[in-house]
Design a protein around this ligand. Structure first.
Ligand SMILES: [Zn+2]
Ligand SMILES: [Zn+2]
Length: 193
């Protein structure tokens, strides 16, 4: 593992700026990996880790920097729950831990540094100094990871009976005996013009 400051320097480049969310994200990931005993997530342990994030905000980029888990490697899973939390799954041991930022940490930041007017500056300093247990709640959890969720999964590609597009990783669904992609099955997030 690198130090907090080393990760923050990398996170600042990856994310475009340094903010309270970066500090929270870096610390959240460092805490989770420490709990799992994963020391070299981007080196020798890089195939050991899958990370679930529950928000698409600043901290998410920072979590990606520390863990090395990225969407394009299938090691980063996004659950759009709007919560500042992430779960780290150790594929080697099967252990998983969910870390969530405590609601009370914002109030604590105000109490720690009432002299700082800017909320962002206040949180940036306090989130560096705060104890892990004041910042985060932790929960050991079990994560069922089907074969197709593993980063290295190799499966056949299915063609949608409606649109003819290829579907990977068993994302096809059956409707009235036809094999469809999720868009054709009714989960479209877009409307053709
Ligand atoms: Zn940010
Ligand atoms: Zn389709």
């Amino acid at each position: 593992m690198l130090s907090l400051n080393e990760y923050l320097a990398e996170a600042e480049i990856a994310h475009g700026h340094l903010c309270a969310g970066q500090i929270l994200g870096v610390r959240l990931a460092m805490f989770g990996l420490a709990k799992l005993g994963i020391e070299d997530p981007r080196g020798k342990d890089r195939k050991r880790l899958v990370t679930f994030v529950e928000i698409d905000r600043c901290a998410t980029d920072a979590i990606s920097v520390v863990t090395g888990c990225r969407l394009g490697k299938r090691a980063l899973k996004f659950r759009d729950w709007g919560k500042m939390a992430a779960t780290f799954v150790d594929l080697e041991t099967g252990k998983a831990i969910r870390i969530a930022a405590k609601e009370s940490s914002k109030k604590l930041a105000r109490e720690m540094h009432p002299e700082i007017e800017s909320k962002n500056q206040q949180q940036m300093l306090a989130y560096r100094e705060m104890k892990d247990d004041d910042l985060f709640s932790t929960q050991w959890v079990k994560v069922d990871l089907p074969a197709e969720e593993f980063p290295g999964y190799k499966g056949e590609r299915i063609v949608c009976a409606e649109c003819g597009e290829g579907i990977n990783f068993r994302r096809e669904v059956e409707r009235d005996g036809r094999i469809l992609c999720r868009a054709c099955a009714g989960e479209k997030y877009y409307d053709p013009l």
